[in-house]
Write a protein that binds this ligand. Structure first.
Ligand code: ZN
Length: 130
């Protein structure tokens, strides 16, 4: 599953969360119609996560969500995503070991002092509108 609007580090992060959602959905969501391994309800949450990645003020210097000082998720999707991560996190090491390791390494990077305020979305706007 690839993001159509994210690039670089953010696109990789999307890929990782999409894989986590696939693992979680397969084991929790029962017999539902799945598009690319994910049910409509989980798709909605994944789309929400993609939008948040797109608008992250850290842009390509984004820290991992667990360490981020900005609380950009609303309480409900935040609780849902946390649940997905708790379940799928350990399982990622077996299913997608390289992504899982990369995330663990990212987890150890220091959080940038201040967001450069150049989100993926902002960088795509023409200069006059910035
Ligand atoms: Zn699901």
């Amino acid at each position: 599953m690839k993001s159509t609007r994210l690039t670089g580090r953010l696109a990789r992060e999307y890929q990782t969360i999409a894989h986590m959602m696939q693992i979680y959905c397969k084991d929790h969501c029962g017999q539902v119609e799945r598009d690319q391994g994910i049910c409509p309800q989980c798709r909605e949450l994944l789309d929400y996560a993609e939008t948040k990645l797109d608008r992250c003020p850290y842009g390509d210097t984004k820290p991992t969500c667990a360490k981020c000082p900005i609380h950009c998720y609303k309480p409900e999707p935040k609780a849902q995503v946390r649940e997905v991560m708790r379940y799928a996190g350990p399982r990622m090491l077996l299913r997608h070991p390289i992504e899982a390791l990369r995330h663990l390494l990212d987890e150890r990077r220091p959080v940038p002092k201040r967001p450069p305020m150049r989100s993926n979305r902002a960088r795509k706007r023409p200069p006059a509108e910035r």
